[in-house]
Write a protein that binds this ligand. Structure first.
Ligand code: AGP
Length: 607
């Protein structure tokens, strides 16, 4: 939820920290701060709001060691006092933290009885005081001892006045990596903050502590046993995390979908042999093939992709499939066994509830697979095996290309399992894969509706309640369309299976209320036409997403956006495009911050 960064090297630390924080701002952005270690001790500068605001208030600092933080509040409102880094009373130690210290209350009470005065309402401040009290000339030891006292999750960077040139980092539950440069190291929550300095990174694992200097780093466990780490190469380019001429990352990522879908399928669809090749599950392919039940788990948009996955797995592999909100699955004591495969769907690979669902599934003996975008992320490393989405970095908080990437990967996994189980005839699979391979160019065609989506949004973004309705494979798309509108334009919207309307929500319909129908060709086309009639009869403003060439629909709907035809199982990859664009333009029309919507963050690393 927050973004943290640390720097030690030959350059001035401040500009590196501020640039890194700006790259991490999509993780959380209600306040920020830096701590620079100099000859006179630690200098702290904090601000509410964006890094740009902090830049305005901060002077130059020549020193070469420091830490920084951009916040998504969990404990204490967004104020300067609650912004990180936090220090101990004598400002001899400074801490920036991403995560939650669950037992902070009891530690705060104990420290309070010891005479410690607190400057903030945060959970993190207790860590700064603990480390300060435990410091006996070695920061790494003090951090380890303090971490033995705390429960919860953390990605942590710490500096102290007595050891300029040293940053100590620690990880448990929140992501943290070290960028390995020439004579410098950058510690960060994710790769976007280190890419302009180096492509060589080390991913910290849970329970690890690193002592980082300009010339090198050492890693140990919390009990001080040395740990050897492998340096890996990041596959992304700096361009990929820049706007590339778009006004917002969200619009850039929407228009990247033809390319990102091609990358998701590259080397995985073998049309000649009518089969899918997924190297990432190779070592578990026979166990996966013996699976009797599939559970798809995720949160938010990933959960919507998982819902499409349910239809795909039951359609092609004929295996009982369920979809779980990860946050519910992890506490529900689910009935899971060794013949169950739990597939975690996640863009960031860091969502705390989805990670915990994987750990619960493994505890119960299930095979755990991941459909994840961020390479080297915690869920990717926690699952037994998996398939990367390969859609490139997704910076906009509202997930777009990751949704279509997740649906494409789940489609390939389902076809793969269907073939393994001999329940998906070769000829049918050949047809399906051929259609899947055509999707990227059909998405290019669907993106041509941008102007129309813009005009619909500009006309209707003043309405505060919208409904999204779909059937079958397109029911999850209705949910996704509603979520996109809610999270970036702050318009209240509800997605539903179209038939559910008559059981209550139809009472919401009043004059001019926007109702979006996904009404593409399919087995339930006539049913959806009936639902459109019901809404028209009650004065709703019907916006229909329909199949190109459908001459009937425009007589029924107020606005129609056409998408290319495709078999029903693949329609979600096309029908979601106009809904992403409608939400995007509605947010722009309402003057919202599209890439950094209020109260949200890109990856939810706390419960
Ligand atoms: C979607 O636009 C949101 N950013 C959010 O619902 C997101 O899908 C959810 O938090 C899951 O994130 P993940 O895919 O990184 O696990």
């Amino acid at each position: 939820m927050c973004g943290i960064v640390g720097y030690v090297g030959g350059q001035q630390a401040l500009p590196v920290l501020l640039d890194g924080l700006e790259r991490l701002e999509y993780r959380g952005y209600d306040s920020c701060g830096v701590a620079i270690v100099g000859d006179l001790g630690i200098g702290i500068q904090k601000s509410t709001g964006r890094v740009t605001d902090l830049r305005k208030t901060i002077g130059d600092a020549a020193n070469t060691t420091g830490i920084g933080h951009t916040r998504w509040a969990t404990h204490g409102t967004p104020t300067v006092a609650n912004a990180h880094p936090h220090t101990d009373a004598s400002v001899s130690v400074a801490v920036a933290h991403n995560g939650i210290i669950e037992n902070h209350d009891s530690i705060r009470d104990w420290l309070g009885r010891e005479g410690i005065k607190f400057a903030s309402e945060t959970d993190t401040e207790v860590l700064a005081h603990l480390i300060g009290r435990l410091y006996r000339g070695n920061l790494e030891d003090a951090v380890r001892s303090a971490l033995h006292e705390v429960e919860g999750t953390y990605g942590l960077v710490v500096v102290c006045a007595a050891e300029p040139g040293v940053v100590v980092a620690a990880k448990k539950g929140s992501p943290l990596l070290i960028g390995v440069g020439d004579g410098e190291h950058i510690i960060a929550s994710d790769a976007s903050a280190v890419l302009e300095h180096t492509k060589r990174v080390v991913y910290l694992d849970d329970g690890e502590v690193a002592r980082v200097t300009a010339s090198g780093f050492t890693t140990t466990t919390l009990d001080a046993s040395p740990v050897t780490k492998e340096v890996q190469e990041i596959g992304w380019t700096l361009d990929q995390i820049e706007l590339g001429g778009h006004e917002h990352f969200m619009s850039k990522e929407i228009f990247e979908q033809p390319a990102s879908l091609r990358d998701s399928m590259r080397g995985r669809i073998d049309l000649g042999r009518s089969e899918v090749r997924l190297g990432g599950v190779r070592d578990f392919v026979s166990r996966f093939g013996r699976t009797r039940r599939v559970i798809l788990a995720g949160c938010g948009t990933a959960w919507h992709a998982a819902l499409v996955g349910e239809y795909l797995f039951e359609g092609m592999a004929k295996v009982p499939t369920e979809v779980e909100y990860a946050s519910e699955f992890r506490y529900r004591n689910p009935v899971v066994d060794s013949r169950t495969t739990v597939i975690a769907v996640s863009q960031s690979g860091e969502t705390a509830d989805t990670l915990a669902a994987v750990q619960e599934a493994k505890r119960l003996g299930a095979l755990s697979l991941g459909a994840v975008n961020v390479v080297g992320s915690t869920i990717a490393r926690e699952t037994d095996a998996g398939v990367y989405l390969h859609v490139g970095p997704e910076i906009g908080v509202a997930s777009t290309k990751a949704f279509t990437g997740q649906v494409a990967v789940l489609a390939m996994l389902a076809a793969h399992l269907g073939r393994r189980k001999r329940r998906f005839p070769k000829k049918e699979c050949a047809g399906f894969l051929a259609d899947l391979a055509k999707i990227p160019s059909k998405v290019e065609e669907a993106l041509r509706c941008d102007g129309q989506a813009k005009s619909i949004s500009e006309r209707l973004s003043g309405r505060d309640n919208w409904l999204y309705l779909g059937r079958g494979y397109n029911y999850p798309v209705a949910l996704e369309g509603a979520l996109k509108l809610k999270e970036i334009s702050y318009i209240h919207a509800e997605g539903l299976p179209a038939a559910e309307m008559k059981h209550g929500p139809i009472a919401l319909i009043s004059d001019g209320m926007p109702v979006v129908f996904i009404a593409t060709r399919g087995a339930q086309y006539e049913k959806i036409i009936g639902n459109i009639e019901e809404v028209r009869a009650r004065g709703g403003h019907v916006i229909a997403v329909a199949t190109s060439g459908d001459g009937r629909i425009d007589k029924l709907a107020d606005d129609v956006i056409y998408v290319p035809d495709a078999p029903e199982p693949l329609q979600p990859l096309l029908t979601v495009i106009p809904l992403q664009l409608i939400a995007y333009h509605a947010a722009v029309a309402r003057g919202c911050n599209v890439d950094k919507p209020r109260n949200l963050a890109k990856s939810v690393t706390v419960e």
